[in-house]
Design a protein around this ligand. Structure first.
Ligand SMILES: C[S@@+](CC[C@H](N)C(=O)[O-])C[C@H]1O[C@@H](n2cnc3c(N)ncnc32)[C@H](O)[C@@H]1O
Length: 672
């Protein structure tokens, strides 16, 4: 149980024993702003004592770095290079010293020995994995970080071998020469030294003759890419820069705001490519994914202060440091240990926004239940990196029970106490009062209420290449995506989302008519769960009762979805058209408007397409030539949505196959 949950339970017990629990809850009910809720929590006896936080963040440690390095060495010797790499990455993260990034270099000069060893050993893994650029980069870093002179000849030799593989012969020759020169510093007996000298000289000779050890093509990088290139959006919306011009805003009484199609959209169209306002990696994965961009880390870049996080590149380290990590760094361990889930995302949002921006909101703060507006800026543009967009998302504070508000306020107050241990409140030169701090914690509380009904998972496909349908989507983190957060739910959604690192791509998986609402799925799909259960899943988290078409018409679960001759769409009203019992297709009748029409052509076309579709589907199931299969599946599904009425099982199957193809293009990793 986390420290906050423990406190919540203890406090509630004490308040009940003292007979004042109901009184506290009533006071909570009367609070109309988040700031007043935090102020109320702060006044409760015992809260401050429990939340007297001692900042705890994993410090740099030579011992831990050495331990991970030794573990890495064991795997390396067994030829288990990926496992060795994971350990060396950890060794780099814990090594007391300093990454080479300029912004941290001067402040943190010190003993870099363990870091240099970790980098040097990691470079050996990269060499074996034919990842020559990563290998060269680690060698340079190891040398910069004071790798022992007596061993440096080894690094020069490895560097030279990388250049040989890369067919950069002059650089290879130079590095072999450096290896020779460094041999004088090596503490080797004469015989060993002479052997190495002979071998290096031979290599230099080979280089000179350009007689190379392999087939003459540059060595290739063996690492797989973790996702394909991001797709593109042809014409962007003027108001939603991360969306296509097919996406517009809509408003109605039932759902408040939402997104709708501004023109006809077809299966496969890319509608949104959004990098969220901010995101987090789940604590259990923080040694695998980048703290900043949620991409898989190959060559870990450490934070120069803590050992809580790793970055996939110097750029991510720098950006994260400038945007939020310098502030969160001292309290990150405490926050992670408290295991608050989305609570950490809420804190990160407020840290990223910065104190002065948050305080500007105080003058326009509204009470619960006031009419909400969407977070467009003064130019009428909705930018995903603008705090105003996330500040304006729905949080349902007025529908929450007093107990829910009380528990969430305690979480927010705990996070305020963590924030007080950082330099966050020093940003503003004027003295920050306790009331100001409560106002900031009010923002954290707002987000703690908002995130469960707006945040999206950051995911990765654990890919089984030989049997695609057995691949599983794994949640590796969470992000807050302001545009995605405007999409309402349907149990039969018309879009699907995929993560490319922390970027989310939304594509149409149904044809969407102009004016029709764009609808995502919040985790309750009609083919998998019956209507009553779907509503039970959605209500407590999202505060609505779903009334989509699948719910209204009580569509069947997957195995009961019709598979025989479908009902066709009426040429006049789109209603369901049936073939008469005498099978005279020219006399088919619409059950909605009674229009009599000829369905002969469409039936012939459907049969032809179905045959082709079965072949393509087979390709997808075995993971073959997906890039060829995908456009054919998209075309088939477009045709189906134009001609047949759903539910009809081929539509579901084709949709699933298309989703698998998209998933393979997005973040994925071969499951071990
Ligand atoms: C991610 S937000 C979607 C945008 C939201 N409608 C708004 O106005 O900002 C989720 C919230 O939208 C509302 N919502 C989403 N789908 C709905 C639906 N099918 N029917 C009614 N309300 C819905 C619920 O209030 C839910 O908590």
């Amino acid at each position: 149980m986390s420290v906050v949950q423990k406190l919540q339970e203890e406090l509630m017990k004490t308040l009940k024993q003292n007979g004042i629990y109901d009184e506290v809850l009533t006071k909570f009910k009367d609070c109309k702003t988040n700031k007043s809720r935090i102020q109320l929590v702060a006044q409760i006896d015992g809260v401050n004592k429990h939340f007297d936080i001692i900042p705890d963040t994993k410090q740099k440690s030579s011992d831990t770095s050495i331990r991970f390095r030794n573990e890495g060495n064991t795997f390396f010797q067994k030829g288990e290079f990926q496992r060795a790499l994971d350990k060396y990455n950890q060794s780099v993260v814990y090594a007391p010293a300093l990454c080479s990034d300029d912004h941290s270099k001067d402040q943190h000069k010190g003993d870099n020995l363990e870091l240099s060893y970790a980098l040097a050993n990691r470079s050996a893994v990269f060499f074996h994995q034919k990842s020559y650029d990563d290998c060269l980069s680690d060698i340079d870093l190891a040398i910069q970080n004071e790798y022992p002179k007596s061993l440096i000849y080894k690094l020069h030799e490895r560097k030279a071998k990388c250049y040989v593989e890369k067919k950069e012969i002059p650089k290879a020759t130079e590095s072999f020469q450096n290896a020779l020169n460094s041999l004088s510093d090596a503490e080797l007996d004469d015989k060993k030294s002479q052997n190495i000298k002979n071998s290096v000289e031979k290599s230099i000779e080979k280089c000179k003759k350009s007689v190379l050890s392999n087939d003459g093509k540059p060595g290739t990088q063996s690492f797989q890419k973790f996702h394909g290139p991001l797709p593109t959006i042809e014409r962007r919306s003027k108001i939603f820069p991360s969306a296509s011009d097919a996406v517009g805003i809509t408003e109605n009484e039932e759902t408040e705001f939402g997104l709708a199609a501004t023109r006809d959209i077809y299966v496969g169209e890319v509608l949104i490519i959004e990098k969220g306002y901010t995101s987090i990696v789940l604590p259990k994965y923080d040694t695998i994914y980048c703290h900043h961009c949620c991409q898989r880390v190959v060559s870990a870049h450490p934070c120069h202060q803590c050992s809580e996080v790793m970055f996939c590149s110097g750029t991510c380290h720098k950006e994260s440091w400038e945007e939020y990590h310098s502030l969160e760094c001292p309290c990150l361990g405490t926050v992670k240990q408290a295991n608050l889930g989305l609570g950490y995302l809420a804190l990160k949002m407020v840290v990223k926004a910065g104190l002065s921006l948050i305080m500007k909101y105080e003058s326009q703060e509204q009470e619960d239940g006031c009419k909400r507006s969407v977070g467009f800026n003064t130019d009428g543009v909705y930018n995903s990196d603008d705090y105003n967009t996330v500040y304006s998302l729905v949080n349902h504070s007025e529908k929450r029970s007093s107990e829910d508000l009380f528990k969430r306020s305690l979480q927010a107050y705990f996070l305020l106490k963590c924030l007080e241990k950082t330099s966050y409140f020093n940003e503003d030169e004027r003295k920050v009062s306790f009331a100001d701090k409560c106002y900031v914690a009010g923002h954290i509380l707002r987000h703690i209420m908002m995130l469960p009904c707006n945040a999206h998972e950051v995911s990765e496909l654990a890919l089984k290449p030989e049997c695609l349908p057995e691949s599983e989507t794994k949640e590796i983190g969470s992000g807050i995506y302001p545009i995605l957060s405007l999409i309402n739910h349907s149990c039969d959604p018309n879009v699907v989302r995929h993560s490319y690192g922390d970027v989310c791509v939304v594509r149409a998986i149904k044809n969407i008519d102009a004016g029709e609402e764009i609808a995502d799925n919040y985790g309750a799909l009609y083919p998998l769960t019956v209507c009553s259960e779907r509503r039970e899943i959605l209500k407590p988290q999202y505060y609505f009762t779903c009334n989509c078409k699948a719910c209204r018409e009580d569509w069947p679960l997957y195995f009961n979805i019709p598979v025989d001759v479908p009902k066709f769409r009426c040429q006049k009203c789109n209603g369901p058209v049936v073939i008469p019992p005498d099978r005279k297709t020219e006399n088919s009748v619409c059950l909605n408007c009674s229009h009599v029409q000829d369905t002969t052509d469409v039936i012939v076309k459907l049969h032809q397409s179905q045959d082709e579709y079965q072949n393509v589907l087979q390709q997808v199931l075995t993971g073959e030539k997906l890039h060829e299969a995908l456009p054919r599946l998209e075309a088939y599904l477009q045709f189906l949505y134009k001609t047949v009425c759903i539910p009809w099982q081929d539509c579901n199957n084709c949709q699933e196959a298309i989703k698998q193809c998209y998933a393979v293009q997005a973040s994925c990793f071969i499951a071990s």
